[in-house]
Design a protein around this ligand. Structure first.
Ligand SMILES: Cc1ncc(COP(=O)(O)O)c(C=O)c1O
Length: 407
């Protein structure tokens, strides 16, 4: 991992939104990479954190982060979880269901703490992305244009009438690796119409925060829009919302992939090769146990043989992982540089810092690999210890079943 890249990504997002007329905050989505050194780097940048689990809060606090910088968006939304994070100082909570809101009300009535609440809406707009979260009737968020309990208007009414809950604003998350930023404009249009309509019905209420979620794309060797292309499409609209609401609000942009992916490469070694018809197979000592999205999403990472060489135009090189599973073949394209592949050389996978080793598994008894960081001072330090095969054996239960484990 490269510390300088992590830091540069923060300033790129901040730079893209510098013309927003209200306060602007970037929030790092810890789920993308919860390595403590990554978290500490972002803590020292003074940004916010988008958390989805109480355990992520523990990681953040152990890394010197404070709960005032947290926006908490749970999927499970249990009362126990809300009580735990509220007792640990979290004051900005996004609710995604009426049941979640009931649980939050129960939690704040026990703790006696006042909490700022946002409603996670699903604007149900068309999204062009690798992962789309704004599908109609999707898993995340509530509908804007419905009147059932699990929709924005009744939940807003309920929040506005509950002691200890302070309505803070709205949140949406449209998807990951978004290729066309116009979906943010469509979502904001729907949200504005909803807010103006709700004001007519409920009277004036403050909108202090609008969180437009994550989705900024990583190049992965292709041309993708930069953060400034995203902000360019929506800044005018965001600034006119300030005029339409009659007061400023804080804009939050969440990001996991954009902030962490490009910082990291994975180095594997070619351990076997074979010819099969027109194809040359090369096998590396890594697999989708290290990069789950290569199997789950057929996601393509930029790859390169080191040292490289020329490739045979009549032969297709297939990059296969070490796992005994036909899914364990990495997607490559003409962008991949696989020429000169032979046993003993390296294959470097680039831009693997997001949703990679946090999804890893020890399939085939594979201990987790070391992670090193190149610090801003140019030193290489171990930031995650690799696991030995003995440690893996113990973690998997080890001698427990032969009666030597804890009772
Ligand atoms: C609510 C929320 N915000 C932000 C993100 C981060 O998305 P990305 O990594 O595409 O920026 C996610 C990812 O799943 C999410 O669920």
């Amino acid at each position: 991992m490269d510390e300088a890249t992590l830091r540069r990504k923060v300033s790129e997002i901040e730079g893209a939104y510098q013309n927003f007329k209200g306060p602007f905050r970037v929030a790092y989505s810890i789920k993308a990479n919860f390595n403590p050194t990554v978290i500490k780097t972002f803590v020292s940048e003074g940004i916010m954190f988008d958390l989805t689990a109480a355990n992520e809060l523990l990681f953040l606090q152990r890394c010197g982060g404070t709960s005032e910088n947290v926006i908490y968006t749970s999927i499970t939304e249990t009362a126990a979880e809300y009580e735990k994070v509220v007792r640990n100082g979290v004051r900005k909570i996004v609710v995604s269901s009426n049941n979640g809101l009931t649980n939050l009300i129960e939690a704040v009535s026990k703790t006696g703490e006042a909490v700022n609440v946002l409603i996670r809406v699903n604007p149900e707009v068309r999204v062009k992305a690798e992962l789309r979260f704004s599908l109609r009737h999707g898993k995340f968020g509530v509908q804007l244009d419905s009147s059932g309990d699990d929709s924005a208007m009744p939940m807003l009414r309920r929040i506005l009438s509950t002691t200890n809950l302070k309505f803070d604003g709205f949140h949406f998350h449209l998807g990951s690796q978004i290729e066309d930023p116009s979906c943010y404009a469509s979502a904001l249009e729907k949200l504005e119409a909803f807010i103006l309509n709700a004001r007519r019905e409920l009277g004036d209420f403050p909108v202090n925060t609008i969180d437009i979620g994550g989705g900024l794309p990583t190049p992965y060797g292709k041309g993708v829009p930069a953060p400034s292309d995203f902000s360019g499409k929506i800044l005018e609209q965001l600034n006119s919302l300030i005029a339409s609401f009659g007061r400023k609000f804080t804009l939050i942009v969440e990001s996991g992939r954009y902030l962490s992916a490009e910082s990291t490469i994975m180095v594997s070694k070619i351990v076997n090769t074979k010819r099969f018809g027109e194809n040359k197979y090369i096998y590396v000592d890594a697999g989708y146990n290290n990069l789950a999205d290569s199997a789950l999403l057929r996601h393509e990472y930029p790859v390169e043989v080191v040292p490289g060489g020329s490739s045979n135009a009549h032969q297709k090189t297939v990059l296969a992982g070490r796992l005994c599973d036909s899914l364990d073949v990495f997607t490559t394209s003409s962008r991949s540089r696989l020429g000169g592949a032979e046993v003993g050389k390296l294959v470097v996978f680039r831009e693997v810092g997001a949703y990679s080793f946090v999804l890893a598994s020890p399939f085939h008894c594979q201990p987790r690999p070391y992670v090193l960081m190149k610090t801003a001072q140019g030193e290489h330090v171990v930031v995650r210890k690799g696991q030995t095969i003995e440690e893996l054996f113990e973690d998997e239960g080890g001698d427990t079943l032969s009666g030597q484990g804890e009772k």
